[in-house]
Design a protein around this ligand. Structure first.
Ligand SMILES: Cc1cc2nc3c(=O)[nH]c(=O)nc-3n(C[C@H](O)[C@H](O)[C@H](O)COP(=O)(O)O)c2cc1C
Length: 223
């Protein structure tokens, strides 16, 4: 295959429709009533969310889906009484896994079986896990990083399916973890309320211009 030129790269990125989805997605504050999410829709949402990249392919995320209204009513006071918890059709807790290495043997062996690297490299990689995840602080960082990327995939896929999402970090993490019986290895990284958007959101808040947040060559470097 020929190396892509600047022109073909631009064409490809536009043809995937990704720009449209990224521009359209909003954090939804106003949901309207509507049908529950079907099992087929959940399947599609999570099947595509599973394609999120992660270090060592450890996939440090789990999700708890809460559809039941009574359960959501219990959660609402733990979420600063935010209305999206009740007005959406489901609340999805995105968990970050601080110990995804419990699956290291199976995951790294799959790389060997598929011809990515040999057994020697696999052993070296296994040895590197303690370097990459040396302490609780780094494990938390990896868990939050992986789960957040998965949450973003989920939000974009949901948008593509005509659903709206409200990411929430305004909640009592201890209270929510206890209520959902989350084991100690996991953090509740964020909640995603999923439902039918009213399409009455206020205009999007401005973003910093990329000149302000992109540094060239070194921090502070100009283009
Ligand atoms: C991790 C995360 C946590 C958030 N937590 C809350 C929240 O608790 N309550 C809320 O109303 N909005 C919350 N938001 C929504 C943001 O305010 C919103 O994404 C931001 O203002 C940009 O708007 P937009 O997503 O529509 O572009 C959160 C967003 C993210 C990504």
């Amino acid at each position: 295959m020929n190396a892509p030129t600047e022109g073909t790269l631009l064409e490809q990125s536009i043809s995937t429709g990704i720009e449209e989805v990224v521009r359209r997605r909003r954090a939804i504050h106003s949901f309207v009533p509507g049908p529950n999410i079907t099992q087929e829709q959940w399947h599609k949402l999570f099947e595509l969310t599973a394609l999120t990249p992660s270090s060592y392919n450890f996939q440090p995320w789990d999700f708890i889906v809460v559809e039941d209204q009574k359960q959501r009513a219990d959660l609402q006071p733990l979420c600063w009484n935010q209305q999206q918890v009740m007005d959406s059709v489901a609340v999805v807790a995105v968990l970050g896994d601080k110990n995804p290495h419990r699956r290291d043997e199976q995951i790294l062996q799959q790389f060997v079986d598929d011809g990515y690297f040999n057994d020697e490299v696999k052993q070296t990689l296994k040895g590197s896990i303690d370097v990459v995840y040396p302490d609780e602080a780094r494990r938390i960082e990896h868990a939050v990083c992986g789960a957040s990327l998965a949450a973003m995939t989920f939000m974009l896929v949901a948008d593509g399916m005509g659903l709206g999402t409200a990411p929430l970090i305004g909640f009592d993490p201890k209270g929510v973890a206890e209520y959902l019986k989350v084991p100690d290895d996991y953090l509740v990284v964020m909640l995603l309320c999923v439902g039918h958007p009213s399409h009455k959101e206020l205009p999007r808040q401005p973003r910093r211009g990329y000149e302000d947040f992109v540094h060239w060559t070194k921090f502070g470097g100009k283009a």
